[in-house]
Design a protein around this ligand. Structure first.
Ligand code: NAD
Ligand code: WQD
Length: 404
């Protein structure tokens, strides 16, 4: 609660204009949080900020509420300026330590941090591993040190189902404890533990390893310092977009994930979808994934902000998935039905590094976060189609390049 004259508190969202970040920012604003967004625009466009402002303004008008604060800083979170930014949202206050000694400490107006900023392409990470480790791991370590300095210890990290690596091969819903703990250890098709070569352990690309190492670093930090309250959210396959069609997935780089590629086929930017693999042991031979609506993912962050195990903090990982599997072909068919279009398919071989089935167990998030997914795969298709239609009709909002 804010009282007249009291300084407002903020949630800091790093990478907040990207695909998942922008939807989470919107959800935070809808919940009445003030938000600071840091993004260097390396994989998004500033017009996303405009869309967020349009959407929250109409939402607040309809609800008769005042619009929460939105502060945007175009900034690489690894730059020194990040420290100045954190300082500008902090006050130096006199405190008395347990020995009765007075000392000056920072009290921040940032009550929580959600860290989305990272590079995320599997293929690119094989070509530029050091850049991936720099942004996704080194940057994270420096950020944690800065946050600690300003006494900001409520941290939410974007992790990924990719950390399960070879565990996916068992074909069972993945539980948070199902990590491959050592590079030499994995599971065979029957779910038995077997020795594996490091490269076969399933963490077969640098991107996957950045997320795995990042989680380990965060867990170590929380174990060493009881003030930390760190949640790693392991997203499965986030898809769809805000029903308004004003926000969506519009990366700068080449699209390689299924739904961005499908979007390009629907807009005519690509002639067809290459379906990678038709001989997986699944109901129609195409791979099974756990597609989760991005708004459900966004809501997961709101739930995670309130997580605190017995008031003791620490580190905890949660899956954010729908809990059910959809084949690639089923995903295509649902989009075809919504758009009333035929999506031309080109049957291709398996993509290197792919797994046949990857589905989340959502039990822990349901129990401990009180979170559960609400949207269906049909809703994902409907919202994506709305976004595609709006994007094609109204290509540029601020003279920016349109890349769909
Ligand atoms: P995204 O690329 O759309 O968003 C990331 C945002 O961070 C971008 O806006 C980019 O400009 C910004 N950014 C990157 N490096 C930065 C830096 N050094 N300083 C400031 N800003 C920086 O990606 P997304 O799909 O929204 O994913 C968000 C997070 O979730 C990432 O960490 C990603 O690894 C993780 N994740 C994504 C998926 C997925 O399928 N989209 C699945 C699992 C995990
Ligand atoms: C889904 C299915 C493809 C494109 C990746 C990352 C993972 C996480 C989510 C960040 C697969 C098939 C795809 C195409 C296709 N990201 N496909 N034709 O591979 O499950 O996960 O994104 O953390 O780390 O690995 O997602 O969307 O690329 O693929 O047939 O043109 O669609 O083979 O079976 P994936 P995806």
């Amino acid at each position: 609660q804010q009282f007249p004259g009291a300084s407002p508190s903020f949630i800091l969202v790093i990478g907040g204009l990207g695909y998942i970040g922008s939807h989470t920012v919107l959800e935070l604003l809808r919940e009445g949080h003030n938000v600071i967004i840091v993004d260097n625009l390396s994989n998004c466009y500033e017009s996303v900020l405009h869309s967020i402002k349009v959407l929250i303004t109409s939402h607040c008008k309809a609800k008769g509420r005042s619009i929460p604060l939105i502060h945007f800083h175009r900034l690489d979170y690894r730059r020194r300026t990040m420290s100045l930014l954190l300082e500008s949202y902090s006050d130096l206050v006199m405190t008395i330590d347990s020995a009765g000694k007075q000392k000056m400490t920072y009290q921040s107006r940032i009550s929580g941090v959600i860290h989305f900023a990272a590079y995320k392409s599997v293929v690119e990470s094989l070509k530029r591993p050091l850049q991936y480790y720099q942004n996704n791991v080194c940057g994270l370590v420096c950020l944690m040190q800065q946050l600690d300095k300003y006494n900001i210890h409520n941290f939410i990290f974007s992790s990924s189902a990719t950390v399960y690596g070879a565990r996916c091969n068992a074909g069972l819903p993945l539980r948070e404890e199902d990590l491959v703990h050592h590079p030499e250890e994995g599971v065979d098709a029957a779910g038995n533990r077997v020795a594996l070569e490091p490269s076969a352990a399933g963490l077969s690309c640098p991107y996957a390893r950045t997320k795995y190492f990042a989680e380990a670093i965060l867990a170590d930090a929380a174990a060493a310092h009881p003030a930390w309250r760190i949640v790693a959210l392991r997203y499965f396959n986030p898809v769809g977009c805000d029903p308004s069609g004003l926000l969506g997935e519009n990366p700068r780089g080449e699209a390689t994930n299924l739904y961005p590629v499908l979007t390009q086929v629907l807009t005519g930017a690509r002639p067809s979808l290459d379906v990678f693999g038709s001989n997986w042991a699944t109901r129609d031979g195409t791979a099974v994934r756990d597609f989760i609506h991005v708004l459900d993912v966004a809501r997961g962050h709101i739930s995670a902000l309130a997580w605190d195990r017995d008031g003791c903090g620490g580190f905890r990982a949660f899956n954010l998935g729908s809990g059910s599997g959809t084949t690639v072909l089923e995903a295509v068919r649902s989009l075809e039905a919504t758009a009333d279009r035929i999506i031309p398919l080109n049957w291709a071989g398996r993509r290197p590094g792919d797994v046949g089935v990857c589905v989340a167990s959502t039990e822990r998030a349901r129990k401990e976060l009180g979170w559960s997914p609400r949207e269906s795969i049909v809703q994902c298709a409907a919202d994506l189609w709305n976004f595609v239609q709006r994007s094609v009709r109204k290509p540029c909002s601020e003279g920016e390049e349109q890349v769909l």
